[in-house]
Design a protein around this ligand. Structure first.
Ligand code: AQP
Length: 341
């Protein structure tokens, strides 16, 4: 039977990238599946402490907000297991077991620890020495998350493809070493929308941890905030027509890609739809209108859920208890294969 699994870090409010690259895809999958497929979606709260950490009070709030966001997008907790990673201790247990198979070389090739630690020069020993082990071994924990449930499919944005490749490598290494077919080779379900970029620097991806709030549209942003951020978004001075050309027009192309994702139509169809627009002000107004309309229902739901923390707690604890049932069974089998039992 298929198992579809994905997590998101509770490192702040979810933004358009998280929405189009992850959580809206999770909702689409949940709505579609009614065939006994196991669905697990939740927060990667153990991963969240590998980046500059919020204080405990903020972190508690981010975790709650993440569950409220997942539900407000319309994921039905009766159909999908919604939970916090840290509430299922087998994730860290499998992380250790897999870390004995993960080579430093393969982790060294991952790009995320470099971008998240802003390390440009790998001969800078002092900078390298300051990098935390947790950030470096992040992809091993991610592989453990996925393999713990013998997941067959993992929906993610394209920035995560490299980590999924490492997961498949670890699955293969384990199976070969222990002469078993225990772990599946999880397939990446790539989000249909290309990476969403920062509004102020379209060289970088839109990111929760970006220090400049104006570069990010949060899915809970009020209409006037969305309008203000889109107004300030970096574009260009080519007027009269708006078309997709990420090299020459990165800012405009990022907005067109966003429209294509939100409206679920191709880039070409967006170009046709906006062909009549001649100036930047009208183009930005159009983008604002589309975003405001798309995000309004989940924003309202989000505020409703946040007024009921007991319900959110219950959903994530019920989810964790269902996840633990699968995890406990699987970790016992894994430890038996490895000779611990
Ligand atoms: N800009 C993006 N465009 C498309 N997809 C994106 N995702 C993240 N940013 C974009 C997808 O969101 C899912 C959850 O990501 P995550 O929170 O686990 O980690 P991240 O990729 O590191 O996200 P952020 O927003 O950049 O968080 P911080 O700043 O805390 O590191 C993933 O499926 C990812 O592909």
């Amino acid at each position: 039977n298929a198992t579809i699994f994905s997590l998101i870090q509770p490192t702040g409010k979810f933004h358009l990238g998280n929405y189009l690259g992850a959580v809206r895809v999770w909702k689409d999958i949940t709505d579609l599946k009614d065939d006994g497929t196991t669905l697990l979606f939740g927060t990667a709260d153990l991963h969240a402490i590998t980046v500059p950490k919020p204080n405990a009070k903020e972190f508690r709030n981010y975790r709650i907000e993440a569950i409220a966001s997942i539900l407000s997008i319309g994921i039905d907790p009766e159909k999908a297991i919604v939970f916090h990673q840290s509430r299922v201790s087998q994730h860290t247990e499998l992380h250790w077991l897999l870390s004995s198979l993960a080579s430093m070389g393969s982790l060294n090739r991952m790009t995320q620890w470099k971008s998240k630690s802003n390390i440009n020069d790998q001969s800078d020993d002092a900078a390298l020495g300051a990098i935390k082990l947790g950030l470096f071994s992040y992809p091993v924990l991610q592989a453990a998350d996925i393999l713990l449930y013998k997941s067959t499919h993992v929906p993610v944005g394209d920035d995560q493809s490299q980590h999924l490749e490492l997961t498949r490598q670890l699955s293969n290494t384990f199976n070969k070493f222990y002469k078993t077919k225990y772990f599946p080779m999880p397939t990446t379900i790539l989000a249909p929308t290309k990476k969403i970029l920062s509004l102020l620097n379209p060289e970088k991806k839109m990111s929760k941890s970006d220090t400049n709030q104006n570069s990010v549209i949060y899915i809970t942003d009020e209409p006037e905030i969305i309008a203000k951020k889109i107004k300030r978004a970096v574009t260009d001075s080519i007027s009269d027509s708006f078309y997709f050309d990420p090299v020459k027009r990165p800012g405009i192309s990022n907005l067109i890609n966003t429209l294509s994702g939100v409206q679920r139509v191709s880039i070409e169809d967006v170009e046709k739809d906006i062909a009549h627009i001649k100036d930047h002000k009208d183009f930005k107004q159009h983008v604002t209108d589309v975003l405001v309309e798309e995000l309004a229902p989940s924003r309202e739901q989000f505020h409703r859920y946040m007024k009921n923390p007991d319900y959110l707690h219950k959903v994530s604890e019920d989810g964790a208890s269902k996840a633990r049932e699968i995890a406990a069974k699987n970790i016992t089998e894994i430890k038996r294969i490895m000779g611990f039992l």
